[in-house]
Design a protein. Structure first.
Length: 131
């Protein structure tokens, strides 16, 4: 019975990176088909892993289990808030759809000795609600 609550890690199942941003953009001109802009904002990120651990002999949910159960837990490796700046341009494809190219730079995105600050380039399609 000494091993009833002994956890035996089996290694990470997966690792995930979440990145949320609130960004304000100033468009130099919306009259032309190509619309350059600059902006900035703040964001929050979290880098975590999910690890499964097995308890042997098993005592799961208040019942003794014959074959056992697996408990899962998220382990945060790094997280925090950060400022960022953006610059890019939209190319109007239709009245409500734009093609966009954007450069981003994150500042101070560091925690626990890990540094995620740096540059990103985003290329995509953006939908707009027209007034």
């Amino acid at each position: 019975l000494g091993d009833v609550y002994k956890r035996q890690p089996e290694g990470p199942d997966w690792t995930d990176f979440q990145d949320f941003r609130l960004t304000s953009r100033y468009h130099v001109s919306r009259e032309n088909r190509v619309s350059p802009y600059v902006g900035g904002g703040i964001g929050w990120y979290r880098w975590f892993t999910k690890q499964d651990a097995t308890i042997r002999p098993e005592y799961c949910d208040g019942l003794w289990a014959i074959y056992g159960c697996t408990l899962s837990e998220n382990v945060t490796l790094s997280s925090g808030a950060f400022p960022h700046v953006v610059a890019g341009f939209n190319v109007r494809l239709t009245s409500s759809v734009d093609f966009l190219v954007e450069g981003r730079h994150d500042f101070g995105k560091t925690d626990n000795g890990l540094d995620f600050a740096g540059d990103q380039i985003v290329i995509g399609i953006r939908g707009r609600l027209n007034r």
